[in-house]
Write a protein that binds this ligand. Structure first.
Ligand code: ADP
Length: 483
C-alpha cells in the first residue's frame, strides 16, 4: 500500500506508547476483501498481553485525569487536526482493509474526526451541579469523575469512526482506554493511535490490543477488575455475552448492537426524496451498517411507483474495487457475509418474494454481492426479522398507518427507523410511537456528532456523540456538606 506518510501503516500492537509484538510473537493476516490480496501480518495478542495493556492504561489514567480539562481538550483538538491532515492516507488504509468506496472511506475519516473535535469541545463542559438543600447549613454538590480504565471493542464496518467515537469521549472525560479492533480491520485503529501519539496524548492513555482471538481478549477485558467499563459496538449475540461476563464485578457497559431499521414511505411522501433517502440508507457501505434500512414498508397506492423509481436509481450503482473511480458499492467483508445475504434472499424468494432487480456483477475476485431488490416480501421472511448486512432491499406493502407502525415495531431491535411523509400530524404520531432510539424523518441519514446515537430494546444501552455521549464515561459523586 503506497501512502504519503508510510508511518501510518502499523502492524504492531500499541501498549504504553510502544509498538510491540505479542509475547508469543504470533501474528494474523489482514486481507483486502476486494481482491483477496494479503495486506499485512499484525501482532496477535493474548490475554497476558491484554493484561499488560490494562496495567499501562491504569498507570496512565490518574495523571491523565489530573491535567486540566483545557489541556485534554487541546490535545484532542491537535489529534483531530492530524486526523484531518492525513485524511487521504487514512482513507486508503480503510478502503484496503474494509473495502468501502474511497469517497465513503474519506467521509468516514471525517465523520470519526468530527467526534474527536466535538469531544475536544465537550471536555471543557463536564460540569457538575449545586442542588438547593433541605437545611440552611447544608450544601449538596454534584461532581462528575472519570469511570477509570475503559475497554473498547469495535467492529469492522466502520473501523475508524467506531473507535474514534469511543476514544474521544473517554479521553475527554479523563479515562484511559484499551481497545480491541476487529481482526478484519486493525490497521485503521493502529493509524489513529499513531496520530494520537503524534498529537502528544501521553503513553498509556490509548492502547491498541490487536488479536484474532476475540473471546480471549474479551474475557480478559471483562474479568479484569481494573477495567471499570466496557464500550462495545457489534452484534447483539456478542453484546449479550459481554453483559453476562460483566455481571461478575458489575462493570458498566455501553452497547451499540444490531438493528433492523424499518423505512416507511407513506402515500403523501415526496417519492424522489424517499428514493434518494432509501439509496443512502440501504446501500452505504454495501448495506453493512447497523442503521441501514432493513425493511421497506411502502404504502400500497405508491408501491409500484416507488419500486420503479428505486430500480432506476439502483441501475446507477457500480459494484467494484473501492479504489476504482465511479465505484459506489464495494465488496462485503467476507465470503461468509455473501453466504448469509444469499441465504436470506433464497428464503424470501421461497416464501413468495420476487427478485425485481439485481445489478450486474463483472468482478471476479473478492467478496462481492450484487445489489438486489426484492418486492412483495412476506412479513414472515427471515430478512424481515434479521439484519441483512448486505446490499439487499426488501419491499413490503402496507395499507394504513396503524399497520405500518405495528409492522415497524414488530422487532426485538430498536435502533433506527426512517419515515417519509408530508403530513405534520402523522410526523407527530409516528415520531411518538416508533420504538427506536433514532428516527430519520424525511431523511435517510441520521448520524452526526451533535446527536445522540444509540438504540433501545436489543439494540443496546447508552448513547454515543452529543452532550449525552459523555455520560457513559463519568461517575456521579455527590457530597453532602454541613457547616
Ligand atoms: P460481526 O458479526 O459484525 O463481526 P461481532 O459482534 O462478532 O460482529 O464483532 C464485533 C467485535 O466484537 C469485533 O471486534 C470482534 O472481534 C469482537 N468479538 C467477537 N466475539 C467476541 C467475544 N466473544 N468477546 C469479545 N469480543 C468479541
Amino acid at each position: 500500500m503506497k501512502l504519503v506518510n508510510q508511518s501510518l501503516l502499523r502492524t504492531q500492537a500499541f501498549i504504553n506508547g510502544d509498538w510491540c509484538l505479542a509475547a508469543s510473537h504470533r501474528t494474523f493476516a489482514v486481507e483486502n476483501p476486494a481482491t483477496g490480496e494479503h495486506i499485512a501480518q499484525v501482532a496477535c495478542l493474548e490475554a497476558s498481553d491484554a493484561r499488560r495493556a490494562i496495567q499501562a492504561a491504569a498507570a496512565a489514567q490518574g495523571p491523565w485525569a489530573q491535567i486540566t480539562a483545557k489541556e485534554r481538550s487541546y490535545l484532542l483538538r491537535r489529534w483531530f487536526d492530524l486526523v484531518m491532515k492525513h485524511q487521504t492516507d487514512l482513507a486508503h488504509i480503510l478502503t484496503a482493509e474494509q473495502g468501502k468506496p474511497f469517497a465513503e472511506a474519506k467521509a468516514e475519516v471525517a465523520y470519526g474526526a468530527s467526534y474527536i473535535e466535538w469531544f475536544a469541545e465537550e471536555a471543557k463542559r463536564i460540569n457538575g451541579d449545586i442542588i438547593p438543600p433541605s437545611s440552611s447549613n447544608q450544601r449538596i454538590t454534584v461532581f462528575k469523575q472519570p469511570v477509570g480504565v475503559v475497554a473498547a471493542i469495535t467492529p469492522w464496518n466502520f473501523p475508524n469512526a467506531m473507535l474514534a467515537r469511543k476514544l474521544a469521549p473517554a479521553l475527554a472525560a479523563g479515562c484511559s482506554v484499551v481497545a480491541k479492533p476487529a481482526a478484519e480491520t486493525p490497521l485503521s485503529a493502529l493509524a489513529l493511535a499513531y496520530l494520537a501519539q503524534e498529537a502528544g496524548i501521553p503513553a498509556g492513555v490509548i492502547n491498541i490490543v490487536t488479536s484474532s482471538d476475540a473471546p480471549a481478549i474479551g474475557a480478559e477485558f471483562t474479568s479484569n477488575p481494573t477495567v471499570r467499563k466496557i464500550s462495545f459496538t457489534g452484534s447483539t449475540a456478542v453484546g449479550k455475552l459481554l453483559i453476562q461476563q460483566c455481571a461478575a464485578d458489575v462493570k458498566r457497559i455501553t452497547l451499540e448492537l444490531g438493528g433492523n431499521a424499518p423505512f416507511i414511505v407513506f402515500e403523501d411522501a415526496d417519492l424522489d426524496a424517499a428514493v434518494a433517502g432509501a439509496m443512502a440508507s440501504k446501500f452505504r457501505n454495501a448495506g453493512q451498517t447497523c442503521v441501514c434500512a432493513n425493511r421497506f414498508y411502502i404504502q400500497r397506492d405508491i408501491y409500484q411507483a416507488f419500486t420503479t423509481k428505486l430500480i432506476a436509481a439502483m441501475r446507477e450503482l457500480r459494484v467494484g474495487n473501492g479504489m476504482d473511480s465511479g465505484v459506489s458499492i464495494g465488496p462485503l467483508i467476507s465470503h461468509k457475509a455473501i453466504q448469509k445475504a444469499q441465504s436470506l434472499v433464497d428464503d424470501a424468494i421461497a416464501k413468495g418474494a420476487q427478485r425485481a432487480y439485481q445489478s450486474p456483477l463483472t468482478v471476479t475476485a473478492g467478496h462481492f454481492y450484487p445489489p438486489t431488490l426484492l418486492t412483495h416480501v412476506p412479513t414472515d421472511a427471515a430478512l424481515a426479522e434479521q439484519e441483512i448486512f448486505g446490499p439487499v432491499a426488501a419491499l413490503i406493502p402496507f395499507d394504513d398507518e396503524r399497520d405500518a407502525i405495528a409492522l415497524a415495531n414488530n422487532s426485538v431491535y430498536g435502533l433506527a427507523a426512517y419515515c417519509y411523509t408530508r403530513d405534520r400530524q402523522r410526523i407527530k404520531r409516528v415520531g411518538d410511537e416508533l420504538q427506536v432510539g433514532m428516527l430519520g424523518m424525511n431523511t435517510g441519514l441520521i448520524s452526526n456528532e451533535m446527536a445522540p446515537f444509540g438504540g433501545i430494546k436489543q439494540s443496546g444501552w447508552g448513547r454515543e456523540g452529543s452532550s449525552y455521549g459523555i455520560d457513559d464515561y463519568v461517575n456521579i459523586k455527590y457530597i453532602n456538606e454541613f457547616f
